[in-house]
Design a protein around this ligand. Structure first.
Ligand code: ZN
Length: 295
């Protein structure tokens, strides 16, 4: 078991701690399959909301919050029955708006894993306004249940009534609907092609700038981030932050980054080159490689 979870295990009901310990191998990424959740439920006697809330200390352990020292953990529940943990991340030396919130982390985790719809989010603190807006972008925003400690589960619409969302801008597709922007890039590099595939799956209906990041570590691990835009623009999640957050969830140091690749549309209304290089520059000396794909 990874030692980083030792403290969190002491905060779990003993039967749940015993049940989950074998799943917390080194570099546990916070993805629990429906089968694993059933095992945890059977062995702990906890079900549904009770079980999800009890698991939050594990998610919060994945937090990387050197500025606030405020550790937020979230769990996104997929329609498949799988669960995806997320945690907040802050970049020292960079503007605060480069931070990633736990709900964004869990949602992007589920998206990158191929989940096509979320049915709930469990989080250890009340979602901030930024996250309520970010969740409104989800394709199932009206079917999303929010679970918090000491509160009855409530739909997202309870936490954000009269929401402004994609439909207000005549956008039909929500986050997680799945995209193929069909961009092309004449380059044989396998990681550049991976970044192109992720960019083609990104959610950029407002700026029409599909984009994605691929990070490779010294050990050959690959982390990706897809651009996730929001109807209100500012809670958009940039792909570099999503990719860095994937590393942070696994407890991998940013000093392990060996290569960083950005692929974005050559016809977009915005560019992520500078903001991606800025965010990368605070955690790594590696130069960002940038490629423009043909839209
Ligand atoms: Zn938030």
């Amino acid at each position: 078991m990874s030692t980083r979870f030792q403290k969190a295990l002491t905060q779990l009901p003993p039967a749940l701690a015993t049940a989950i310990e074998p799943m917390l191998r080194d570099q546990f990424a916070g993805h629990l399959t429906a089968e694993q959740i059933k095992t945890l439920s059977d062995q702990s006697g906890l079900e549904g909301t009770e079980l999800y809330l009890a698991l939050l200390p594990i998610a919060a352990t994945m937090s990387n919050a050197p500025i606030s020292n405020f550790y937020v953990g979230a769990i996104a529940h997929g329609v498949s029955g799988d669960a995806y943990m997320g945690a907040n991340m802050e970049l020292v030396g960079e503007a605060l708006f480069h931070s990633v919130h736990a709900e964004q982390s869990a949602i992007s985790h589920a998206w990158l894993a191929g989940e096509r719809k979320l049915v709930g989010i469990t989080v250890n603190y009340s979602p901030c306004g930024h996250c309520r807006q970010f969740m409104t972008e989800l394709n199932n925003n009206e079917g999303l249940t929010i679970r918090l400690p000491e509160q009855q589960p409530q739909p997202l619409t309870h936490y954000l009534p009269y929401a402004f969302g994609p439909k207000d801008l005549d956008i039909e597709d929500g986050l997680l609907d799945g995209n193929d922007h069909e961009m092309l890039l004449d380059n044989d590099d396998a990681l550049v092609q991976r970044a192109l595939r992720e960019a083609n799956a990104s959610h950029a209906p407002y700026s029409h700038t599909p984009a994605a990041i691929v990070l490779e570590t010294n050990k050959g691990q690959v982390f990706v981030g897809r651009y996730a835009e929001n109807a209100a623009y500012n809670p958009s999640l940039p792909p570099m932050q999503m990719a860095l957050n994937g590393m942070a969830r696994m407890g991998i140091s940013f000093s392990e980054i060996k290569r960083a690749i950005l692929v974005e549309s050559d016809k977009g209304q915005v560019s992520l080159v500078h903001s991606s290089a800025d965010a990368l520059g605070t955690v790594s000396k590696v130069e960002l490689e940038t490629y423009k794909a043909n839209s």
